[in-house]
Design a protein around this ligand. Structure first.
Ligand code: HEM
Length: 438
């Protein structure tokens, strides 16, 4: 967790190799960008980078805005029916809808309570990893293949492949239509009518070394986008809401920023430029990801023996970077378990090391979806702040220090953190949502 070691590993072009524990994702994500190595990773990174271009992000923004409106309707209904809501599971329904539509152009309507074969299969696959991760026996491929969990994984993969094959055919047909190919500088109205670009479209038209991508390559990349893109953002949105609920002054400042931008209009969609100008919300997100990083650990495997500063690292060593511990370091952040977005204003004027805060990783294998994630976080938080006062669950007395103290036993309506893949709470994230009357 020392910034000098973190810097050495993350900025290295040699220590980019990933194996343990990413190998448990191979059956699903294969050589997708997250799990690929070597030459294959270089090719994939080049291939995927244009999918996060400004013009495409603008299409993704349409999806995020529309989904956030449906999400607010769901929350209004839920808040009227229950005093305390589990924001962790509710936010997940929002991010699942966003990721399926931006990845494949398919609406799954998880917010509306619709069940979907794709969502169920993804859920199964996401649950395989933590179950394997805690079992010495199941971590070995040979042993894992003898378990019912393996059979479950294979069934989920078969379903997902079958569903994807159908979606790909429909999407290929859509790409040929003239309305899809409307010029990019159409005015906003036309833009809204034009079918929105999906991540998949870029893959269907792309070539690697002069050849179109195979079904398997497309499957791996769309799966990676969906895997990396929904759980991480759900975790960040949920914990930002938690922090704001427990910090009324920060919530008020964040709300006033929204008031300045949108007046009393709670439904209005934010434009791309407005989202860039939500400066206080930026600080809230930074501070949330410092305390509650969605990805609390990053790993690398040393393919050959190497030296990191004064330490000798034997070949095959797994190096773990504790993103969470880095953000909680008292040597870097005073009173690290205090939620203080303002601390980032002060830091802007000081000479800080870029590697003492790495929620999106850094260096050549940093998060390619960071801009996408920040858009979705801001769209959702902006709408939530305009619709509701966020309040702690009435029975919760837990301080941030207690949340991170492994000895502390949480009481009713309190958090118990765990890391199935991303950072989550086993007990959910209970909060009260009080509709704003302005
Ligand atoms: C708050 C949200 C997010 C956080 C905190 C986050 C964090 C991270 C971190 C720490 C890594 C490095 C992982 C490693 O080296 O093992 C990473 C990589 C990656 N992320 Fe994100 N991520 C977020 C959202 C997203 C989204 C929305 C997408 C896509 C839509 C995405 C796609 C990826 C991909 C493909 C990689 C692998 C990049 C590579 O190895 O070249 N992430 N992310």
């Amino acid at each position: 967790m020392e910034p000098k070691f973190v810097e050495h590993v993350l900025s290295s072009n040699i220590l980019t190799y990933k194996y343990d524990p990413y190998n448990m994702l191979y059956p699903w994500l294969g050589s997708g960008l997250l799990t690929a190595n070597g030459e294959q990773w270089t090719l994939r990174r080049k291939l995927i980078t244009p999918s996060f271009h400004f013009r495409i992000l603008k299409d993704f923004l349409h999806v995020m805005n529309e989904t956030s409106t449906q999400f607010m309707s769901l929350l209004e209904k839920e808040a009227a029916a229950c005093q305390v809501l589990d924001m962790q599971s509710l936010v997940m329904r929002n991010t699942i809808d966003v990721i399926c539509e931006t990845a494949m152009g398919t609406r799954v309507n998880s917010i509306g309570g619709q069940s979907s074969a794709i969502v169920t299969a993804i859920d199964t696959l996401c649950n395989v990893i933590p179950e394997r991760g805690v079992s010495v026996f199941k971590r070995f491929d040979v042993c894992f293949k003898l378990t019912p969990l393996y059979a479950k994984q294979q069934r989920a993969l078969t379903t997902l492949r079958k569903e994807f094959a159908q979606i790909i055919e429909k999407r290929r047909a859509l790409i040929q239509t003239s309305s899809y190919n409307a010029t990019p500088d159409d005015d906003e109205l036309m833009d809204a009518k034009r079918p929105k670009m999906a991540f998949l479209d870029n893959l269907l038209t792309a070539e690697v070394q002069g050849k179109p991508l195979t079904f398997e390559q497309i499957f791996e990349e769309v799966s990676t986008f969906m895997f990396e893109g929904h759980d991480t953002t759900a975790s960040a949105i949920t914990f930002a809401l938690y922090c704001l609920a427990w910090s009324p002054e920060s919530q008020q400042r964040a709300f006033e920023e929204q008031l300045q931008l949108h007046g009393h209009d709670r439904q209005r969609h934010s434009t791309f430029d407005e989202l860039q100008n939500m400066k206080y919300l930026d600080l809230v997100i930074k501070e949330t990801l410092r305390i509650f990083p969605s990805v609390p650990f990053i790993f690398r495997t040393a393919k050959q023996a190497t030296q990191i500063e004064d330490k000798f690292i034997p070949q095959g060593t797994t190096l773990g970077i504790g993103v969470l511990s880095i953000g909680h370091s008292p040597h870097v952040f005073s009173e690290p378990l205090e939620f203080r977005p303002e601390r980032w204003e002060a830091r802007e004027h000081t000479n800080v090391n870029a590697f003492d805060y790495v929620p999106f990783s850094a260096g050549p294998r940093n998060c390619i979806g960071q801009k996408f994630a920040l858009l979705e976080l801001k769209v959702t938080l902006s709408k939530l702040l305009r619709h509701f006062h966020l309040k702690p669950a009435p029975e919760s007395r837990q301080s941030l220090a207690q949340i991170f103290d492994p000895q502390h036993r949480p009481g009713p309506q309190e958090l118990k953190l765990y890391i199935p893949i991303t950072l989550k709470s086993m007990t959910g994230v209970p909060l009260r949502l009080q509709p704003r009357t302005y």
